[in-house]
Structure formats: structure tokens, C-alpha cells
Design a protein around this ligand. Sequence first.
Ligand code: SF4
Length: 212
Amino acid sequence: MALRITEIFYSLQGEASRVGLPTVFVRLTGCPLRCTWCDTTYSFSGGEMMEIADILAVVAAHPAHQVCVTGGEPLAQKECLPLLTALCDAGYDVSLETSGAFDIAPVDPRVSCIMDLKAPDSGEAAKNLWANLAHLKPRDEIKIVIASREDYEWAREVVHAHGLDARCPVLLSPAQGSVEPAALAGWILEDGLPVRFQLQLHKLLWGNIQGK
Ligand code: SF4
């Protein structure tokens, strides 16, 4: 079984509860969405086909227990599911970064899904697959990128309406260049919203460069 891969690299996890942990990233090629603030547009096309066994061999060459399968949208390739299971079987702590536009129900339950909900300014809010909320496990996390005050108010409404914080941790991130991080932090504090503010560690350390 083969998948189209943009890159496999070793870095510190930049987001969510595993932030700061040495992690191997497996970036799958392709995404049917076009979020306005997407920072991985280079993963939309290209890449090279790799067998799952070869992917595992490259992952094993790095000294990390954490593996993050990301994209693009990893679940757009159906072979992503057996890849996730193979990584779990190999003993890794596996996370999956997904747009929230694909069904997460068939994902191996040992995997932590870091699932986006797309706010309006992404231009892709219509793609949110709300049925996914019922499949979230306590080990999963919801991430919402905030590009404006309107996005924040949307997120606040969604958190309350769906009781998101009772399902799993909820992360709010400012879209780079669109909203001041301190402004978002202030809004969360003002409302006492039960979410976690986060900045992307890898961008603070290295800037917005590929492979970091
Ligand atoms: S889902 Fe992710 S990879 Fe796809 S366009 Fe949006 S931010 Fe980019």
C-alpha cells in the first residue's frame, strides 16, 4: 500500500498538548480545501509515492517516540488509515492533524485526532463535518484558527452550543498576520472561555519555513 508523501521530517511538535516534544512528521500530499490562511500550500501537489514499510523505515531513522501524520489533509488518501494503524502497531504515540472535513470514525482509536473546526474567515466553514463531534475521544483535541473578532465570536458560540470543552481540549490559535495574538488572548480572558490559547512553537523558534 502506497501513499503520496510531501515530506518526512524531525522537529519539535509546535502545537496542541504534545507541544515541545521531539516528533517525526509525516506530511501527506493533497487537500481538497483552500483555507485562506493555509501555511502548507506546498503540500497541495507533487510529493512522491511511498510504501507504508518505507515510510516506517524513514520514521524509525529518527530518535522520536512521537509521530504526527499531517498534510494537506491526510484522510483524503484512504491509505492513511492503514498507515496510522501501522505506526500504532510499531509502538509510536501517533497524532493525526485533520481538517474536520473527513469522517474520523474509521481512524484507529489509539490515534489522537487533532481536528480543526473551520471558522468563517477560513472560507471553508461549510466543509465542517459536524457529525465528527460525536466521534471525538477525550484524547483528541479540537483546534480553531481565529483570523478576526468575528471568527472568535463564532468559536465562542460553537464551544457553548456543542459543549466542546466537555468532549476534549479545545485550542484557539491566532492566524498569523490576521489577528494580534494578545487581542485573542484578551478576548478569551474576558469571557473566561474554557479553551486553551496557543501559539505555534516552531514558528516562534524558526519562522515559517518548510521542514521545521
Ligand atoms: S485544510 Fe489544512 S492543508 Fe488544507 S487548505 Fe486548510 S489549512 Fe491548508
